[in-house]
Write a protein that binds this ligand. Sequence first.
Ligand SMILES: [Zn+2]
Length: 223
Amino acid sequence: MMIKSLIPAAALVFSASLLSASQAACPPGLTQEDIVPPTDKSRTFIRLGAGEFGSARGSKTHTGVDILTRASYPDREAYAVYALGAGTVAYAKFNGVTLDDGFGNTIVVDHGNDCYSMYAHLASDPFTPMNDESSALLMSKGQTVAKGELIGYFVDQTVGVHSTGNAMRTAAGARWQTHFELWHAPSGRSGATLKAIYGEEANRTDPTSTLLSLGYKIEDIAQ
Ligand SMILES: [Zn+2]
């Protein structure tokens, strides 16, 4: 009797863990098999506090997470940004420098299943000093991307530049980063503005659990 009563309990735990694994990915339709880390997770991390989802940005709140490194590496892969999953580029544009729309070079990928990922502060090269406007995008709107395909770089600050847009210019040591978002909005959208795609602010969801499920850590760089 004891053994019989344990079997359903074990089965319940197993199915619950499968469910949470599928729900941890980009909501609602993507599974863990559909996604890969959007950067080198062994050398990048989510910045604690100011880099977290929902943290205060003056009168605004942070609508994604900042993925960054604080060390300088000789290889480009340390700064590479990859597509979270397969999809179509819905937005590829320079999004400005100011705090209002300061995402710099920005890519949005439509993954289907009402899921979009967004990558900001991108550069075409991690080591070449350049102005925001002269840093070319590696992708263009309408292009198909594969899971894990290179879509841009953030920048090694030691070459004397910052990542494009307002990538924490005032916080020394925190500038080499990409800003990552997940959106839950109807698939098939594209437009001249980010808002034309995400529609409502509430469609921007917290990507932290998805990134943690992919092996990222959250670290404090304040000290
Ligand atoms: Zn950010």
